[in-house]
Design a protein around this ligand. Structure first.
Ligand code: SAM
Length: 334
C-alpha cells in the first residue's frame, strides 16, 4: 500500500541550471533548491513561527470549510499533493474527502519518505505513492506511476490535484500559467473510463496568499528568531553539495522585502564582502552588497487569480477565505 518512485533520477542534474542562474548579470537560484533534508525541516519550523501566518491561516480554512468543500469536491479522488512536504495538509483532508489514493510529490524525497511512512502507519488501508519529482519542469505520469495506478485499480477515479502553501507564488505569472496548464492536462487524463466515471470530475484545490498590509507580509519573511534567514542561507550549503562550489556562509546575509510593483515578497542573499565563488569549471565574483535572488512569493488578489485559472481553461472556481481575507483556497474544476 506504500510505494516510492524516484522520478528525480530520470530528470536532468541541476548543475547546468545552477550555473546559468549564477552567471546571470543579476544572479539567481531557484527556490526549489531550499529543500534539502535540512531545508525541509527548517521550512517545517517556519510554519510554527508566530510571524508566519500562511500555514495556520490556510489550515484553518480547510477545518472551517470542510463541509462546504466536501459538497463541491469529487468523491473518492486520487489526491495528487504537489510539494507535499510533511504531508500534514493532505492528511487533514482525508477524514471528509475519503480519497481512493494519495500521491505525494516532492523534490525533497529524503524528507518525504519518513513523513509518508509515518502517515502510512496512521492510514494503512489507503494506497499511497511517494513520487520524487521536480514539477517545475514538464512532467508526465511515467510508466511507474501508470503501473501503480493499474495495480491499485484506480483507473477512472478523478484526479484532485492539491497545491497548498501558496507555492504557486514562487512562479512568475507566465510560469504559473504554464504550470496550471500542465496541472489541468493531468487532471483531465484519468477520467475517461472506469467505475465511477459518471460522478463529479477532477480539478485543482489550491491555496493562494493574498495581498495584505506590508508590515504583516514583511515580518512573515523576517522572523525575530532568524529561522527564515537560516532557511535562506542553507540553500548555499545545498548548492555547494550539488555543484561542488565553495560558498562561505559567513559572507552572506538574508534579505527579504515586499516589491509592491510586482505584488511579491523577494528573498535574496546579500554578499557581505567582495568575494569569488568557485566550482569545477567556473566562478563568479560578487561585489560587496551584491545579491543573489533566491525566491519570489507572489501575492494574488482573488480577481487576478480567478482570471489566471480561467485563462488556463479551468471552470469558474469556488473560493473560501479566512475572516481577515489574508488567504484564499480555490476549487477549480478542470
Ligand atoms: C512551501 S513548501 C509547502 C509544503 C506543504 N505543501 C505546505 O503547504 O505546508 C513547498 C514544498 O514543495 C516542495 N517543492 C518545491 N519546489 C518543488 C519542485 N520544483 N518540485 C517538487 N517539489 C517542490 C518542497 O520540497 C516543499 O515540500
Amino acid at each position: 500500500m506504500l510505494h516510492f518512485i524516484d522520478g528525480l533520477a530520470n530528470q536532468a542534474h541541476p548543475r547546468d541550471e545552477l550555473i546559468e542562474g549564477l552567471l546571470k548579470p543579476a544572479a539567481q537560484i531557484s527556490p526549489k533548491f531550499f529543500y534539502d533534508d535540512l531545508g525541509s525541516r527548517l521550512f517545517d519550523a517556519i510554519t510554527e513561527l508566530p510571524e508566519y501566518y500562511p500555514t495556520r491561516t490556510e489550515a484553518a480554512i480547510y477545518r472551517q470549510e470542510a463541509r462546504s468543500m466536501a459538497q463541491m469536491l469529487p468523491r473518492q479522488p486520487i489526491v495528487l499533493d504537489l510539494g507535499a512536504g510533511n504531508c500534514s495538509k493532505g492528511e487533514a483532508l482525508f477524514e471528509w474527502l475519503k480519497p481512493a489514493a494519495y500521491v505525494a510529490v516532492d523534490i525533497s524525497l529524503g524528507h518525504l519518505k519518513p513523513n509518508l511512512t509515518a502517515l502510512h502507519s496512521r492510514h494503512p488501508q489507503l494506497p499511497k505513492l511517494g513520487w520524487g519529482l521536480d514539477f517545475s519542469k514538464p512532467f508526465n505520469l511515467d510508466a511507474g506511476v501508470q503501473d501503480w495506478l493499474t495495480r491499485h485499480q484506480l483507473e477512472g477515479h478523478p484526479w484532485m490535484v492539491f497545491y497548498p502553501g501558496s507555492s504557486i507564488g514562487n512562479f512568475s505569472p507566465t510560469d504559473a500559467l504554464n504550470l496550471l496548464e500542465r496541472i489541468r492536462h493531468l487532471c483531465t487524463s484519468n477520467s475517461h473510463q472506469g467505475p465511477i466515471h459518471s460522478q463529479k470530475g477532477g480539478g485543482l484545490l489550491i491555496g493562494v496568499d493574498n495581498v495584505k498590509p506590508l508590515a504583516v507580509l514583511e515580518s512573515a519573511y523576517n522572523d525575530a528568531l532568524g529561522v527564515t534567514a537560516a532557511f535562506n542561507r542553507n540553500l548555499l550549503l545545498h548548492v555547494n553539495r550539488l555543484l561542488g562550489s565553495d560558498f562561505d556562509l559567513d559572507g552572506w546575509a538574508h534579505f527579504a522585502k515586499f516589491d509592491e510593483a510586482h505584488a511579491r515578497i523577494e528573498m535574496h542573499l546579500e554578499s557581505l564582502v567582495p568575494q569569488t565563488v568557485r566550482w569545477s569549471g567556473g566562478s563568479r565574483h560578487f561585489v560587496k552588497h551584491e545579491r543573489i535572488h533566491t525566491e519570489n512569493s507572489y501575492k494574488w488578489t482573488p480577481e487576478a487569480f480567478v482570471d489566471l485559472l480561467q485563462s488556463t481553461g479551468f471552470s469558474a472556481p469556488m473560493r473560501w477565505t479566512d475572516p481577515q481575507h489574508w488567504f484564499n483556497v480555490y476549487w477549480a474544476p478542470c
